[in-house]
Design a protein around this ligand. Structure first.
Ligand code: 0L1
Ligand code: MG
Length: 263
């Protein structure tokens, strides 16, 4: 049940989106609105999305966040969230990411799904996700919470578009119907050294289960995952902090390698 009126939701959307665009950190919004709940938080996130669309941005996909025990432990929260991916969040493989436009970026190793058909909950399950997936591919997500010291609670991070900032997906594509995504291993390297490693099952036991949960969460707002969406299914490992001068490479077994540099 929402606790905020429409004007306050719009004002908080403007506040958080401005912080994102100006790469400026702010205090978490529940400090000022302690009763703010998850309904309010998603209303703020959707208002940010509408602001970007009104300026001509396209929504190219969605992301699931906080889907692994490692991530939930790292951030001190207990349930997965979703966010949207706008066209200007997408960066090319091997490109340089300008850290001056970010606050305190961290990188996550993920598997991305490209949907070939819409997915609608409630009751969406792994089988439907696999049937509606054109291919999967390695992805690096750069998260950049707008909150001081990356410290937040669940409603604050949901309102802040689940810390979405940049992403790259590519390398090689694979058919998730002929690959057991639970046992796919990933190695995340920073500056040539292994920083994190894990397997797909770290994401809700199966990365496709995370996509199914996304469809079911969207159904609560009578929304669906459209065909042709990129879906970041969630971090397989803990996130690693990066700064100018760092190089990050992700190897996903059977799906190749992608990388980014930070300048
Ligand atoms: O993609 C993610 O798992 C991040 C979700 C938001 C929490 C965070 O900023 O770590
Ligand atoms: Mg992520």
């Amino acid at each position: 049940m929402s606790t905020l009126d429409a004007a306050t939701i719009d004002a908080l959307a403007e506040h958080l989106e401005t912080a994102e665009m100006e790469a400026r950190e702010v205090t978490k919004i529940t400090d000022r609105y302690p009763a703010l709940d998850l309904d309010d938080a998603y209303a703020i996130q959707w208002a940010i999305r509408r602001r970007k669309e009104a300026r001509g941005h396209r929504i190219v996909g969605l992301k699931m966040g906080l889907t692994s025990q490692a991530k939930m432990r790292q951030m001190g929260v207990s349930s997965p969230t979703y966010g949207f991916l706008a066209d200007d969040f997408q960066v090319s493989e091997g490109s340089a990411v300008d850290t001056r436009r970010l606050i305190h970026p961290k990188v996550e190793a993920e598997i991305a799904f490209m949907t070939s058909a819409p997915l609608r909950g409630p009751g969406c399950h792994v089988g439907q996700v696999l049937a509606a997936t054109a291919f999967v591919m390695p992805a690096l997500e750069i998260i950049d919470s707008r909150y001081e010291n990356f410290r937040f609670d669940l409603p604050s991070v949901v309102a802040d578009n689940s810390s979405s900032s940049r992403f790259v997906a590519g390398g090689a594509i694979a058919d998730p119907r002929t690959l057991d995504l639970r046992t796919v291993g990933v190695v995340l390297e920073k500056n040539g050294e292994v920083a994190e490693m894990g397997v797909g099952a770290a994401v809700l036991n199966h990365p496709a289960a995370s996509v199914a949960l996304l469809a079911n969460l969207l159904a609560e707002r009578d929304e669906e995952i459209p065909a042709g969406s990129v879906i970041l299914s969630g971090a397989i490992t803990a996130a690693i902090a990066v700064a100018a001068g760092d190089n990050v490479t992700l190897h996903v077994h059977g799906m190749g390698t992608i990388g980014l540099r930070f300048v």
